[in-house]
Design a protein around this ligand. Structure first.
Ligand SMILES: Cc1ncc(COP(=O)(O)O)c(C=O)c1O
Length: 305
């Protein structure tokens, strides 16, 4: 039997029901997280990556929706560990916590007319984007949703219509993924991942003010790139044409991990294969998330005692 958490209880998956009148279901009024846990055979352990940081972000993002998280990030960490233990996973997993607006008192979109509810579930997950080959991507004709429409940094359920439109059209046109621009025409991010350029031997990535989700993987990459590889990391506005001229490009995210890009809008990037710096970062990232580098072990929360 699989278990999920529906605050304040753990319940069997087939008994976990949400009322069809739920505000969050009608309007996408919810904040969520996507978290990965990695199975390490050697230590017989699931390590959940940067777990507390995800719950801290969820708690902060909730403020945009006037959503009050009733459990502290530390409390959520323990609930999450317990949930994974109850399911007994011995493989790579994904954890999805959702803070949502519940049953409203009457018709309306007001954020305060429905109670704040919380649930969390987990399931096995392998690759989300290919990481063993270079991706073919396009620049999407769908702009990233602007901060004064629906804040992209909020990881708000309804905002993912924007990602869904962009990704679906990219896949239907034969691409693996897309790169989204801001409504000003600058580079923002992938449909569900952040983006880095390798240029002049250093990393460049759009700043947090460019309608991106402020990724935890993005921050991880920035830190390991400068600490472990001595690379310069610059956050600045990026024009579309810079994509075509970059030495390397890669996406990063909890789901995406570190995924190299070989082609944008049918223009080859570098050799068209995963670039050498991207490869180094991929290798480092996979060692870090599996708890194999002592300096970063504190980012990996073990599930089993
Ligand atoms: C739109 C978007 N950008 C970027 C990311 C990457 O964020 P993180 O590294 O925190 O998973 C995600 C989620 O994975 C996302 O949905």
């Amino acid at each position: 039997m699989k278990w999920v958490y529906m605050a304040p209880d753990f319940v069997p998956l087939n008994e976990a029901k949400v009322d069809i009148r739920t505000h969050g279901f009608s309007y996408g009024t919810l904040v969520f997280e996507g978290i990965r846990g990695y199975w390490d055979d050697e230590s017989q352990q699931v390590y959940i990556f940067r777990l507390k940081e995800h719950f801290e972000r969820l708690t902060r993002n909730g403020r945009i929706l006037k959503y009050e998280m009733s459990t502290t990030p530390d409390g959520l960490v323990e609930i999450c560990r317990e949930l994974v233990r109850k399911n007994g996973y011995q493989q790579d997993i994904y954890v999805k916590p959702i803070g949502y607006k519940g049953l409203p008192d009457t018709l309306g979109v007001t954020l305060t007319q429905a109670p704040d509810e919380f649930l969390m579930y987990t399931f096995p997950l392998g690759k989300f984007l290919a990481t063993d080959r270079a991706l073919k991507v396009c620049v999407s004709s769908w702009h990233r949703v602007p901060d004064n429409a629906i804040p992209a940094r909020g990881k708000i359920g309804g905002a993912y219509i924007n990602s869904a439109l962009a990704k679906s059209d990219a896949v239907a046109a034969g691409f693996d993924e897309c790169i989204m621009l801001t409504s000003q025409g600058n580079v923002a991010e992938g449909s569900t991942s952040n983006l880095f350029l390798v240029t002049g031997g250093g990393l460049v990535t759009p700043p947090v003010t460019e309608d991106i989700l402020v990724g935890i993987t993005r921050q991880t990459i920035m830190e390991i790139a400068s600490t472990e590889l001595g690379l310069s990391v610059t956050e600045r506005v990026v024009n579309r044409s810079e994509l075509y001229m970059a030495d390397e490009l890669f996406f990063c995210g909890t789901g995406a991990e570190v995924a190299g890009i070989g082609e944008v809008d049918s223009r080859r990037i570098g050799s068209g294969q995963i670039g050498p710096i991207t490869r180094q970062l991929q290798d480092l990232y996979f060692q870090v998330v599996h708890g194999r580098l002592p300096n970063y072990r504190s980012w990996c929360t073990p599930v089993y005692e």
